[in-house]
Design a protein around this ligand. Structure first.
Ligand code: ADP
Length: 486
C-alpha cells in the first residue's frame, strides 16, 4: 500500500511539469503576443518551481521516511537479536540446571545405595542368629522398609536418567511367558494378602520371540500391576496380552492392566502422569507411593514407540493399556524347552576360600567380611584399589597362593575399581574379579565387562544374591547345602 502511494507520487511529479510545459507550448503557438509569452513563461517557471519544490519535498520526505524505516528495522532487528540471545542464554541455563539436577539425583541415588547395603547386610546378619521373635519381627520390618526405600531410590534414578535423555533400551530376544511369570510372582503376595483375584492371560506368540528390553517391559507391567493391586480393595486385577497382528518378522501386541479398584475421576486423570503427582494426599497417606511410577512407565512405553492410555470410572475401576510393535526371531525347538536359570532360594552354602575385598567404606567392609565369614570364607581387606593391586603383586612376587576371588568396589580413593581391576587382570594371576557397585545400569555393566572383569554384584545385595555369586566362582564344600550352581 505504502509502496503504491510512493510510486503514484513519483509518476505525478514527473507527469505534471511535462503536462504544464506542453500546455504552455500549445498556448505559445496559438497566441503570439510578447506580453502573453512573458506571462506564460513566468507562469511556467513558477509552476516548474512549485513542482520542483514539491518534488524536493517528496524526495526529502521519502529519504527521511526510508531512513526512519531503516532505523526502526535496525532497532527491531537488534531487539530481536537481544531477545534471541536472552532466550539462548535462558535455554543454556535451563539445560545446565537440568543436567546438574539429573547429575545430582543420579549421584545421590548412587550414594544412598552404599549405606543401604550396610543396613540390609547388618539386618540380615542379625536375622542369621538366634534372637527373640519380637526382635526378629522388628528386623523383618526394617528389611521391608529398606526394600521400599530402595524402590524410591531406583525411581529417582530412573526419572533422572529419563530427564537427561540417558535412558537406553536393550534389544534382546526374550520370552514373554517368563516375563509375565516373573511379574505375577512379584504381585501375588500383596494380592493374596488383600484377597484380590489375579488373572493373567497371554495369547501365545507361536514360535516367535520378540526382541526388546525385557527388564524395562517388566518394570512397566510390574508398576501398572502394583498400582492396580494397591488401589483395589475388593474384586480383581487382570493382565491380558493379545496379538494385534503379526508378520514374518514383526509382532504387534496389546497390553492391558484392568482393576476393579477405587478408580480415578476425570479431573484427576490429567495429572497422574506428571512426576511426583498423586491425585489426593489422603490417598497418598493411605496407600503410600512417590508419584513417580506412572511418569516413568509412560516414558518407557513412549521410548518403545507405544502410548500409555488410561480409562477409569471413579469408584468402579481403571484400565491402563498400550500397544507395542516388536521385531521377532524364530524360536528353535531347543529354546522352546530351555529354561532360563532363575535365582532360586538357596540354603546357606559353605566354602574354604580366601577373598580379597577392595572397599573403602568401613561399614561395607565389616558387613561383607561378616557375611563371608559365615560361609567359611577368609577375607583380606584393601582400603583402595592401589593397596589391592599391591597385595596381589606381593603374593605373586613371593610365589604365595593367590586369592580365590576379588571383590572390587568401583568408587575408591587413590585408585578406583576400574583401574585396579585392569592392573590385576594385567598381572595374569587368574583370579576372577567381581565389581561391587551401585551403578548397575546396562551401560555401566558394559564398561565392567569391557574392562575384563568377570561379573558384577549390584549394591545393595542380599545374602541370597551374594551366595549365588560366590557359587558361580567357588566350589562349595561337599556337605554344603548348595544346589544352585549355575
Ligand atoms: P504412586 O507411587 O503414588 O502410585 P504413580 O505415578 O504410580 O505413583 O501413580 C500416580 C497416582 O495415580 C497415584 O497416586 C494414584 O492416585 C493414581 N493411580 C495410579 N494407578 C491407579 C489405579 N490403578 N487406580 C486408581 N488410581 C491410580
Amino acid at each position: 500500500m505504502r509502496k503504491t502511494k510512493f510510486l503514484f507520487n513519483r509518476v505525478l511529479v514527473l507527469i505534471l511539469p511535462l503536462f504544464l510545459f506542453l500546455s504552455c507550448g500549445g498556448a505559445q503557438s496559438s497566441v503570439s503576443s510578447d506580453l502573453f509569452d512573458t506571462q506564460a513563461l513566468i507562469v511556467f517557471i513558477i509552476l516548474l518551481m512549485c513542482v520542483l519544490v514539491i518534488l524536493s519535498f517528496l524526495l526529502i520526505k521519502s529519504y527521511f521516511g526510508k531512513k526512519k524505516i531503516e532505523e526502526a528495522a535496525k532497532k527491531r532487528t537488534s531487539e530481536l537479536d537481544k531477545t534471541k540471545s536472552d532466550l539462548d542464554t535462558a535455554l543454556a541455563n535451563s539445560n545446565a540446571a537440568n543436567a546438574a539436577r539429573s547429575a545430582f539425583l543420579a549421584n545421590m541415588s548412587n550414594e544412598l545405595r552404599t549405606p543401604m547395603n550396610s543396613i540390609i547386610g547388618f539386618a540380615e546378619l542379625a536375622l542369621d542368629v538366634k534372637i527373640p521373635p519380637k526382635t526378629r519381627d522388628y528386623i523383618d520390618k526394617i528389611l521391608l522398609n529398606t526394600e521400599w526405600l530402595f524402590q524410591i531410590i531406583n525411581d529417582i534414578f530412573d526419572i533422572s536418567k529419563i530427564e537427561s535423555g540417558k535412558m537406553e533400551l536393550d534389544k534382546i530376544p526374550f520370552s514373554l511367558q517368563e516375563l509375565l511369570e516373573s511379574c505375577r510372582a512379584f504381585v501375588i503376595p500383596k494380592a493374596v494378602e488383600k484377597g484380590i483375584m489375579l488373572h493373567f492371560y497371554a495369547e501365545p506368540s507361536a514360535g516367535k520371540m520378540p526382541l526388546g528390553d525385557p527388564a524395562r517391559l517388566r518394570q512397566v507391567l510390574v508398576n501398572l500391576l502394583s498400582n492396580a493391586v494397591k488401589f483395589t480393595n475388593t474384586g480383581m486385577v487382570k493382565l491380558s496380552v493379545s496379538i494385534i497382528s503379526k508378520t514374518e518378522k514383526t509382532l504387534s501386541m496389546h497390553f492391558e492392566v484392568k482393576d476393579s479398584g477405587i478408580g480415578i475421576t476425570s479431573e484427576q486423570i490429567g495429572k497422574i502422569f506428571e512426576p511426583f503427582a498423586q491425585v489426593d494426599s489422603g490417598i497418598t497417606r493411605q496407600f503410600g507411593g512417590t508419584g513417580l511410577g506412572l511418569a516413568i512407565t509412560r516414558n518407557i512405553v513412549e521410548m518403545m514407540n507405544g502410548k500409555l492410555l488410561v480409562e477409569s470410572v471413579h469408584g468402579v475401576g481403571s484400565k491402563f493399556s498400550f500397544d507395542l510393535l516388536f521385531e521377532t526371531i524364530e524360536i528353535t525347538e531347543e529354546e522352546k524347552t530351555e529354561k532360563k536359570p532363575v535365582l532360586a532360594e538357596i540354603d546357606k552354602p559353605s566354602f574354604e576360600a580366601e577373598i580379597l575385598l577392595c572397599e573403602d567404606n568401613a561399614m561395607n567392609q565389616l558387613v561383607l567380611c561378616e557375611h563371608l565369614a559365615r560361609v567359611g570364607i577368609k577375607t583380606v581387606v584393601a582400603e583402595n584399589g592401589r593397596v589391592g593391586v599391591d597385595i596381589i603383586s606381593e603374593r605373586l612376587r613371593k610365589g604365595q597362593k593367590q586369592f580365590d576371588l576379588v571383590f572390587m568396589d568401583m568408587h575408591m580413593p587413590v585408585m578406583d575399581g576400574l583401574e585396579a581391576a585392569a592392573e590385576i587382570i594385567k598381572l595374569n594371576v587368574g583370579v576372577p574379579v567381581i565389581a561391587l557397585t551401585a551403578n548397575i545400569m546396562s551401560d555401566d555393566m558394559e564398561i565392567y565387562k569391557d574392562s575384563g572383569m568377570n561379573d558384577c554384584l549390584g549394591k545393595p545385595f542380599s545374602s541370597q544374591e551374594l551366595w549365588h555369586c560366590l557359587l558361580k566362582y567357588l566350589t562349595p564344600l561337599e556337605n554344603s547345602n548348595d544346589m544352585a550352581k549355575s
